[in-house]
Design a protein around this ligand. Structure first.
Ligand SMILES: [Zn+2]
Length: 341
């Protein structure tokens, strides 16, 4: 608490709006366990209480956040094994119903351990109904073949949700050509029998629990960012998988993170990129001034701590105020690009 950066009274007074972030709740009605390496405790039941605590916090803020971004892995893959996927999802979504502002759901690997893509598309985890459309710009409309959309929570600010499992062997119908194509890409980069193992890989992100972005989705992203540049907007991007190596363990990155970075770096408008999946969190500002923030996972957060944050948006920066394991971060906009209100 003592060494957290202070945005200062001047900036406090000019806050435009705020939004909440929370990642990797991974709820399951199970005793505590450990991660795959056995190094981190997982609090499967308590994760629901952590979510309740976060929602209570957001609900009682004097100026409530405009929305909450749920960064994926809302329930744990273990639920599938115990045939508890639907029940657990209902429990977590009922908890989210207490939240007084909209929540935008991202999809992660654990969504696909529990449900098919068709199921998710028809479920309450599909929040595309919250999207905003840009009139007379059909090229900024996402295709139905991936789960991505954009919305404007405040004038001149656009948020984009990306589908990091658009190219993946998870959630893709195994009889489809797309599955064969994704499996081929995975096998070309990962000769291991166990495709979840990064052992010996020069590009450790090519594991089964990750995925990537199709060229179609990247083209769409490019169109939206082109519009945002022209319209002088600030953009926040959200994805379950991180895309910047310095902010993340390389085994957690999206398969073709370089392709996503190339699109983002060819535009001025992107301020920050929020991801989950890493559980330990991470942060780095890239050479193009984009802030990459990986939010610490709820599932590996002890009952006496917390893991969520609220991002306060100012004319010249965004300030993440973290709770518990989530550290504060100041994310200045690229120089000479600050708004002058
Ligand atoms: Zn994940």
């Amino acid at each position: 608490m003592d060494d957290k950066p202070d945005p200062g009274p001047l900036s406090e007074s000019s806050e435009l709006f705020s939004f909440g972030v929370i990642a990797d709740i991974q709820y399951a009605d199970l005793e505590d366990g450990y991660n795959f390496q056995g190094s981190r405790r997982r609090y499967y039941r308590h994760s629901l209480l952590h979510l309740q605590g976060a929602i209570e916090h957001w609900n009682k803020e004097s100026s409530p956040p405009c929305c909450v971004l749920q960064l994926g892995d809302i329930i744990d893959g273990y639920n599938a094994q115990y045939k508890a996927s639907e029940k657990s999802l209902e429990l977590v979504l009922n908890t989210f119903q207490m939240l007084k502002v909209p929540v935008h759901h991202t999809w992660g690997n654990h969504e696909f351990y529990n449900f098919s893509r068709d199921y998710l598309t028809n479920s309450k985890l599909n929040t595309r109904f919250l999207e905003d459309q840009i009139a007379h710009r059909p090229e900024t409309m996402p295709s139905e073949s991936y789960y991505a959309y954009h919305f404007v929570p405040f004038p001149k600010f656009r948020f984009i949700l990306l589908d990091a499992y658009d190219m993946s062997v998870l959630g893709v119908d195994q009889s489809s050509p797309k599955f064969q194509q994704c499996l081929k890409i995975l096998r070309e980069h990962n000769p291991n029998t166990e495709l979840n193992s990064p052992q010996g890989l020069s590009e450790p992100q090519f594991v089964q629990f990750n995925g990537g972005f199709s060229q179609e989705q990247l083209n769409w992203l490019n169109e939206v960012l082109t519009f945002s540049d022209r319209n002088q907007e600030k953009v926040v991007i959200v994805s379950h998988l991180p895309i910047y190596p310095a902010a993340s363990d390389s085994v957690c990155l999206a398969w073709n993170y370089r392709d996503a970075l190339a699109v983002i770096w060819s535009h001025e408008c992107v301020v920050c990129f929020f991801a989950g999946h890493t559980h330990d969190g991470g942060y780095s500002e890239d050479p193009f001034g984009v802030h990459h923030v990986n939010i610490e996972g709820v599932i590996e957060t002890a009952p006496d701590s917390q893991a969520f944050g609220t991002v306060h948006v100012y004319p010249d920066k965004m300030v993440l105020k973290g709770k518990g394991r989530v550290p504060d971060r100041i994310m200045n906009y690229k120089k000479e690009k600050a708004f002058h209100f």
